[in-house]
Every structure is written in C-alpha cells, then in structure tokens.
Design a protein around this ligand. Sequence first.
Ligand code: ZN
Ligand code: ZN
Length: 296
Amino acid sequence: MSVKILDKDTIIKQKSDGFNPLIIGQPATIFHARAARLRQLAQDSFMADYLLLAGQIVQQQVHLVETFNSAVQQQLQTKTLTWPIEIDSTWQAILDPMLTQLTSALRPIVSDDIVKVIDNLSQIDQQTLQHYFHALQQNQPERVPADIAIILWACINTLMSLIVTNTQLEWQPEANAKQSHCPLCGGAPVASLIQGSGHRYLHCSQCETEWHRLRAECTQCGDGENIQLQSESLEDSVRAETCGHCQSYLKMLVLEKNPQLDPIADDLATLVLDQKLSQMEFYRNGFNPFLLPLAQ
Ligand SMILES: [Zn+2]
Ligand SMILES: [Zn+2]
C-alpha cells in the first residue's frame, strides 16, 4: 500500500459561490446506474455473488420508484416536513406495500439462502417491522438483524429518495458548519465524491443527496492537520481519507478518474482497502447497508 500526504497547495480553491452546496439526484437514474455498476464490478471480483445480489436488490428499487412515486407525492401534500426528515408511522402505508413488491419480485430470482431470509421477514409482526424501519432510519442498524436489514433498507432508501426529490428545497450551509450527516434526512454518508469541479461532496446513504464539505478536513471530527490518503496504488480512483486525530476514515471517489463510480457499489467492491485500514486500527465512518451482513 502506498501512502500519500495530502498536498493542500494542489487542492483546487473552493469558491464561496458559483456552485450548488446541495445536489439532489433522480432516484430511478441513480438506482439504475448503481445496479449496472454492481453487475460490472462483479465480473472481476472475489465477492461476485454478493455484488450480484446487491445489484438485484438495487435493480428492484428502480421499479419501486416507478410504482410509488405518485403515492409519495400525494402523501407530501398532506404533510409539513421538518428537517432532518423523520419517518413517522404515517409512511408505513407506503413502506408496507413497497416491501411486499420488493420481496415478491426478488423471491423467484435470488438464491435459496435469500429466499429463507424473505420467508423469515414475512413472519415478523407489524410492530416489530415498524421498529426495524425506524431504527434503520435513525442510524441504528445494530438494532436490526443484518440479513433482513439489506432488504428493509432498500425500502427506506427508496422512500427517502422519493421524498427529497419531490420536495422543493434550498439549503445553505451555516458558516463554519461541519455537516457530518445529511442535512435533509440525517443519514450517514457512504463516501466522499470529488466532482469534476474539484469540489468534495458527501453522498447520503439514505436519500442519495450530496452535500458540500471542504476538502482536506476530517468529515467526522473536523481536524485538518492529520489527514492522509490511503489507497492500493496512486492511480486508484477510490481512496480512503484517514484522520490521525480521531482514527476514522471515509472513502473518497474521484469521478474525474472514472465517471461510472458509484458510492455504494464501489465502496462495497473495495473491501480489501477496509481490511487494511482495520489492521492499521482506523475505523470506518461511512455507512453502507450492504456491509451489514459482512460485518457479522
Ligand atoms: Zn439524506
Ligand atoms: Zn477526525
């Protein structure tokens, strides 16, 4: 592994205007591209089966978006949202049929192991299911069995993405605010993305929004003195930004090197980097739902 000290002088100076501090994506476009990226990464991976399973789940999210977009729009007309969004019980009327559609579509195409997970899921009572959805949305995945969490997460992720994309929003970061979680839904970032402009955005694991954060500072503790980039090679488009102050790291995807990069897919496919950083006693602060079963 090579280690490169971040050279602040080479970083593009970020302007105080002329760029958007918040980027809200189109969920169907994001999920479609992510599923394709997962299939592509599976072609040359030691964890091909798992990447393909993730791709099957994400591909179904495209259909969930198509089916439930108008229901989310209708629900939004009757509600006053506060930020960050919290999923209350009224959204269960959408989450329940979403879960039914997702599991029905997955059942005929997934392996026997996953069919068992779907069977177990169908035995869970309504109150427990609501508790699990709430825990996932509140960044408490440890309260949910990991194998079913990846399926429930697909519903939460689809719903939150539909809520933010159907809401007219403007967001201006407060001066000197170091936003470590999504300003819209409170979700944890998956990874940093360096856009072609050189600006760094954090990508929300929950609603797919991207919010601006200055480069060369830790996204967790804000320290800027002990930042290093770790990667497999200097050419890598996926690196990890480590902080020697709080011993955490977040992966950083450089889109200029490869525009096909997807935060969820490429984070998952670069697990080897996480293993090395774990040996160096750094801990992850990025959240990726598909890592939950692997961490068991
Ligand atoms: Zn979010
Ligand atoms: Zn730090």
